[in-house]
Design a protein around this ligand. Sequence first.
Ligand SMILES: Nc1ncnc2c1ncn2[C@@H]1O[C@H](COP(=O)(O)OP(=O)(O)OP(=O)(O)O)[C@@H](O)[C@H]1O
Ligand SMILES: [Mg+2]
Length: 221
Amino acid sequence: MSNLVLENVSYVYRNAETAAVKNASCEFENGSFYAIIGPSGSGKSTMLSMLAGLDLPTSGDIKFQGESLNEMDLDRYRRESITMIFQAFHLFPLMTVTENVCYPMELCGMHTKKAKERAKPLLESVGISEEKHGRFPANLSGGEQQRVAIARALATGAKTVLADEPTGNLDAANTVNVIEILRALAHEKDYCVIVVTHDPEVSDMADVVYRMKDGVLTRER
Ligand SMILES: Nc1ncnc2c1ncn2[C@@H]1O[C@H](COP(=O)(O)OP(=O)(O)OP(=O)(O)O)[C@@H](O)[C@H]1O
Ligand SMILES: [Mg+2]
């Protein structure tokens, strides 16, 4: 079964004259790394926010592992089933690296001690060495901050990763590094990774590329 399925999904913003997403149908499987490309304003973020359960389609249906998002507890879906990574890393500035990664686990009810035990190997898996775990985000480079954001996104174990321009603030070397991490999650750990991007370097590394144009989604390759 596909992890996420869109069936004739449209989204119209309140007061808008045309739909931001028009009749999109597609499937996203575990084990693959997807890119969604397309010009500014074409509907990429709108599509991602529906996949994230932040907005329900105006018409059509999105199914997660066979169940319609319309019928699910969306707070729980967002907390437990999916995870998001943003361009602006949204790390909590007054929390240390470790505390940032522990936060979503504690939100799911895990004790601090256990969360810390889990945070350590997660951070090491994205190349953040132990000496940096006690630092505040401001004292890391941009690429390091984004890798901490990825570790935090992986903390709950949710295997559907949705990322909106996750490399938008990074240089070429860090972009490749971050995409390698996301791609390895898909290929080695069976994650479903969906990345919205303007960057051809990112989409070149994807298994499947979808293109958005004026709200219309087509499969590019
Ligand atoms: N809250 C909103 N209310 C009304 N219209 C919106 C809202 N958010 C986005 N839109 C419109 O919906 C369309 C799609 O926007 P969306 O943010 O999905 O584009 P995008 O492809 O992510 O663009 P970018 O690459 O610039 O991030 C645009 O025409 C935009 O102006
Ligand atoms: Mg966008």
